[in-house]
Structures are given as structure tokens and as C-alpha cells.
Ligand binder design. Structure first.
Ligand SMILES: [Zn+2]
Length: 320
């Protein structure tokens, strides 16, 4: 995805960026919040580019030397730090080395930007180290944190940054975003991916790229459809797909939880458009069963037993 391609939905964060770049003043610290797949890293890069871009007019211009280097990931003044590969820990040492670097003048740009990915994995010590810089940031230095949930950050850190929440987009916008990336994409397939991912473009891309993942996602949707029809036999039939696939079942249950939570949210949302005719109370009952099912799956309960247990439990949640 290029720096200039449209960032769908998310009016509030887009507007914030327009405001900062027109004003020429960026906050010292920005926290981008949102679940995986919503484009936090892409948007962090875009803010960084807008902050150092030297093009005329709207920033980032995508054309100047700064924008081009950021696009390629080789700008010396835009530094990305993330938890060590595969690890879920972001250590104090990583923040401290960056702290000494932050006091060195930028090489090429007017300011330095540090992008700290997955800040939710920062240890308390790492967050406290970061706090010291946020309290007295060297002139022109900017920090952009990405995080799945702002409440995983210390209150003291949160109070020093501007939090911008990235959101899922409408199905229509998700389809447009997918088609923009791959104009040869079949429209119906794009729609299925967008619906299955409930407007999470990253998840929709994975749906398109990974057949097995797509199959699991479609099963989760099919199960919710069978639920709204109180189709007990249908539910069992869909679940039997996973009789030899424990990992797949766990992923399917996780996806069902997401779909149901989204559905309940939509029930009370502005548009009142929900995908399944499932009442919040029914959703709550099923959620409890699904959570228990996930637990059983992780405890190695036999798969035939588990799918039968789930089928019976989910079915009974829909009885009057
Ligand atoms: Zn530029």
C-alpha cells in the first residue's frame, strides 16, 4: 500500500492528520489504537511522512525525497522499533537506546520520528523509560505508538500522548479498498472477504490470500446464520467440518465471538444494521458457551465430544 493510497473510513484520524499537516505542528506523542489488520503501521508511516515531507501542498506528497525514502523504509530519521521478532516483549533496553538516539540531531529531515509498534507489549520498565522522554522530548522529536488497546498503556503514558483510534470500515469501503489493490479481483469474492472480516481490511486481505483461513472464516459466518435460524442440525453439520482440526475450530470459535460481538454492537449502533437476527441476550448466552468450548479445545477434549457438546449448547441457547 502506498503512502498516498486512500485510507478508507476513519474520518476522524484522517481529519486529525490533515489538521496537523496544515498547521505544521504535530503532537510529540501519538498513540494509534486498534485491533490487528486495521492499518496502524501504515497510518503511522503516513503521519511520519506528513511530518517530514518537504513537498508543496497536501502532505505527505509522496514525491519528495523524504516521502520516497519512508515508502521504501530507508529514511534515516524515521526509525521503527518493534518487539523482537516473534516475541511478545518490548524491553526497557530497546527504549533506552532510542532515548540516546533521540538527542542526536536529525540527519536529513527537520525532525526525527520514532514509530514504536505493538506498544502493548512494552514492559512497565520500558513504558517508564519512554515516559521520561515524553515528559521532556528533545525539540522536533515525535513518537508514534501503535497498540491494540490504549488501556494496556500506563495512565501516565496515555496522558502524554494524543490517542487516535482506527476503526473498521463499512463493507462497501472494504470492497473498494480490496479492488483498489487488485483491480482484477472478482467483485463477489471481494464482498465475501469484506463481510467475513467485518470491515477489517487486513483480515479481508488474509481471507483472499489464505484459502484455509478463508474456509474457517466462512464456517464461522455459516454457523451464525444457522444460529439465527435455530437450525440445530445445521449447526452440528457445520461443526463436524472441524472434527479433525482442533486449531481450525479454535480459530472459528474466536471468529464467531468477533462476529457476535460486532452484531450486538451493530444492534445498538447508529445504523441499526446487523448481519444476523440474533438478539443480544442470545448472543451473550452463545458467547459463554463458545468461550467454554475454546477452553475445552485447548485442554485437548476429544474432538467428536467437543463438537457435539458445542452443537448441543449453542442449539439450546436459541430455544425459547
Ligand atoms: Zn513528500
Amino acid at each position: 500500500m502506498s503512502l498516498l493510497s486512500r485510507f478508507y473510513g476513519n474520518n476522524k484520524v484522517n481529519e486529525a492528520l490533515v489538521f496537523y499537516q496544515r498547521d505544521g505542528r504535530f503532537p510529540h506523542g501519538i498513540l494509534l489504537e486498534g485491533e490487528a489488520g486495521l492499518g496502524k503501521k501504515t497510518f503511522a508511516k503516513r503521519i511520519a511522512a506528513a511530518a517530514v515531507c518537504t513537498g508543496a501542498g497536501e502532505k505527505p506528497c509522496g514525491q519528495c525525497a523524504h516521502c520516497r525514502k519512508i515508502e521504501k523504509g530507508i529514511h534515516p530519521d524515521v526509525v521503527t522499533v518493534a518487539p523482537e521478532e516473534g516475541k511478545r516483549s518490548f524491553k526497557k533496553e530497546q527504549v533506552e537506546s532510542l532515548r540516546s538516539d533521540a538527542y542526536i540531531r536529525p540527519n536529513e529531515a527537520a525532525r526525527k520520528v520514532y514509530i514504536l509498534c505493538e506498544a502493548q507489549y512494552m514492559t512497565v520498565q520500558a513504558q517508564n523509560a519512554l515516559l521520561k522522554i515524553l515528559e521532556e522530548p528533545p525539540a522536533g522529536v515525535m513518537f508514534i505508538l501503535t497498540c491494540d488497546n490504549r488501556f494496556k498503556m500506563l495512565e501516565t503514558v496515555r496522558s502524554r500522548v494524543v490517542t487516535l483510534a482506527l476503526e473498521k470500515v463499512s463493507t462497501e469501503d472494504a470492497v473498494s479498498a480490496l479492488m483498489e489493490r487488485d483491480p482484477s479481483l472478482d467483485a463477489e469474492k471481494a464482498e465475501r472477504a469484506a463481510v467475513s472480516a467485518s470491515g477489517n481490511i487486513g483480515q479481508a486481505l488474509r481471507f483472499l490470500a489464505d484459502e484455509k483461513y478463508a474456509a474457517v472464516m466462512e464456517k464461522a459466518d455459516a454457523l451464525c446464520v444457522k444460529m439465527e435460524k435455530s437450525d440445530r442440525f445445521g449447526i452440528l453439520q457445520e461443526l463436524s467440518f472441524f472434527e479433525n482440526d482442533r486449531e481450525g475450530l479454535i480459530r472459528c470459535l474466536m471468529q464467531m465471538r468477533q462476529l457476535l460481538a460486532q452484531n450486538t454492537k451493530d444492534t445498538f449502533g447508529k445504523k441499526k444494521e446487523r448481519r444476523y437476527r440474533i438478539l443480544p441476550l442470545q448472543a451473550a448466552k452463545v458467547l459463554a458457551i463458545i468461550e467454554q468450548g475454546e477452553e475445552y479445545a485447548r485442554q485437548n477434549m476429544s474432538m467428536p465430544l467437543l463438537t457435539t457438546w458445542l452443537g448441543a449448547g449453542i442449539g439450546s441457547a436459541f430455544e425459547e
